[in-house]
Write a protein that binds this ligand. Structure first.
Ligand code: SAH
Ligand code: MG
Length: 198
């Protein structure tokens, strides 16, 4: 798809206040993907398909993206966008709640991109670790959640989300099989590489 059309999808999503991937976050992930040319990507949180469409550019030949979305309207719009982008053969949408869908999947993924309900990040991590390949990488977007995760502003109404994001950071940091970096790009991005233990 040409840049102009992709830009249109992006602008429409922004106008509708759909929290699509931020440019600097996309650049970090895109750089990794273009160096590694993954065959299989799992995305949790499709929204209108913007990030998935962007990722297709970096797939290996015949590579595919499985992506999960529970909001019916967004799924509809994602399908339209994916067709416009002519990447229907690259992106498969699972419609429904990732909490229910993930346990039914049993594929190996080179990359997992977690970008959905913040309160479920520890669960998404467990599922990602079950399916990630040996040299894979797990990205988690919005990990700093507007800075709430770093502050002691506990009364915030999103405190369940904050608690679970902190739990995610703790788990990826303490897991001996992972090498994790937290970047301040966008809304915060956690990057966890699988370490091969010899
Ligand atoms: N990755 C997209 C943005 C995703 S926004 C992009 O960058 O273009 C987060 C999306 O996750 C929302 O559309 C929301 O409906 C969806 N979502 C949140 N929790 C979910 C869950 N438990 N299962 C499936 N989808 C979920
Ligand atoms: Mg996000």
């Amino acid at each position: 798809m040409n840049k102009q059309e992709l830009e249109k999808i992006k602008q429409k999503a922004l106008e509708e206040h759909i929290p699509i991937i931020m440019d600097d976050t996309l650049e970090v992930i895109g750089t990794y993907l273009s160096n590694n040319k993954p065959s299989r990507i799992l995305e949790i949180g499709t929204a209108v398909g913007y990030s998935a469409i962007c990722f297709t550019e970096f797939l290996a030949e015949n590579g595919v993206i499985d992506t999960i979305e529970r909001d019916e309207e967004r799924v509809k719009e994602a399908k339209v966008n994916i067709q416009l982008a002519e990447v229907e053969d690259r992106i498969h949408i699972y419609e429904g709640d990732a909490v229910e869908i993930l346990p039914t999947l049993d594929n190996q993924y080179d990359v997992v991109f977690i970008d959905a309900a913040k309160g479920k990040y520890p669960f998404f991590l467990k599922q990602a670790l079950r399916m990630i390949s040996k040299e894979g990488i797990i990205f988690a977007d919005n990990i700093l959640y507007k800075g709430y995760v770093m502050s002691d502003y506990n009364k915030h109404k999103q405190r369940t989300a904050v608690r679970n994001l902190r739990e995610y950071i703790k788990e990826v940091s303490e897991n001996p099989n992972l090498e994790t970096e937290i970047l301040e790009v966008g809304d915060g991005l956690a990057i966890s590489k699988i370490k091969i233990l010899i």
